[in-house]
Design a protein. Sequence first.
Length: 510
Amino acid sequence: MGRGARLTPTDGISDMTQSFYWYDFETFGIRSRTDRPAQFAGMRTDMNLEPSPAAGEEAGEVFYAKPSEDYLPSPESCLLTGIVPQLCEERGMPESEFAGRIFERLNVPGTISIGYNTLGFDDEVCRFLFWRNFLDPYSHGWKDGCSRWDLFPLVCAVWALRGDGIRWPLWEELDPERFPQAAVRKGVCMKLECLTEANGITHGHAHDALSDVEATIGLARLIREKEPKLWDWALANRSKEQVRAALEKGPVVWVSPKIGVARGCTMLGGMLYANGNDVLMWDLREDPSVLRTLSREEIIERITTPQSKLPEGVTRLPVRKMKINASPFVCGALGVLSPDRAACYGIDRAAAVERYQTLLEVRPLVEGILAECLEHGGGLEPVDVDAALYDGGFTSAGDKRRFTEIRRSTPDQLAASAPRIVFDDERFTEMLFRFRARNWPETLSVDEQDAWRRHCAARLLEGAAGSLTVDRYFEEIDELQAEGDMEDERRQMIFEALYDWGERVGAACS
């Protein structure tokens, strides 16, 4: 059995059935809840990181999704990936089938779904893809021994706590022509393509999903070889029960990119308040007794307001939100942070332990105020049904049964039965209409075709639900053309394809 194959309390199945499914999306935009996937790639390995496809899978597989008529891609995203909607139309499958294939793979019993920054982006793409297509958005995180993991927090932890044996590229050493961010950034660069290049790991083409998957597995093998203890610890932390237990026991070392490279992405922190999967953490570099001196309004303002919007002379409190179900790198063994590294990051471990005792005393006094901080800003605007996964509570048992019947029906059966389906949650009536129109528009009645054209026009001509309009789409193409090399044949071919697509989609909804 390979390292990292230990059974965790939530697995519920034998180690021998566990596997990693490494995956990556290329999308038509950067909004994980509303932009659509263009390409998906995945590869299953055993716990030793050797290819081990399940029944019906290939060693490395790539799927494309056909674009729908109510959506325009971000031209900038197309330029980055080289994927245009015509390619997806030619090679792709309806989104229902695309979602179903991905769902099957991530829900094979014992699957640990993983990638590079997947919990920061790709997993959210998955959830909303499943939501739009009447599939359970959450089961791949808990059911039948399945769980989610992310290599990115572990990479940050290896750099912050160890670093030896791995080459870490610096922004100031990168070519700004190739990486424009290098002109204004300094310090370590955690981009996957830069890490793989620096360490001699094959990475055929960045922003090609399968190439990114293979490169991520190569980086994982390197980290597992060089830092097996950190690997095992991070793998175990995909269990939120393990993370919660560490937080409840005492101060922890938490490594996260949100803490900032200047601080080593590292802090000794204590749990200030917890509600479900959300935890507010106090950075023990600072004394929590200040909470005794502040009013309710001051605490809320200094936790929820960005520093740039606070009054002059007022600073944010050292409070950061942690998602315990997002595989954070948390370690209750404070010795994992060496004295040298602690000093480099401005951390006094002895003082932090003393401040934690103060935190325990202050915590009950501000619990109610902190509950307000977690609720701050939520649910103020109505959300379009496509992006409403987190609104309105969990799906009822009755609607879940209806979802199963919808997924089992042929397009013609669904066209006949749709008018008779009554959901407990009325949002799903509109979802079902969009589901049918996006996947099998030929099955719509005349009235439904008119309703679909009105929906497409509202989005693409008027910008409903924050959609990219046809006019703005063409403006973005023109802006990108003006910024780049007019002699670059690849760029011009992409722009030409995007122009053609925009004219076609615009004409269809006019």
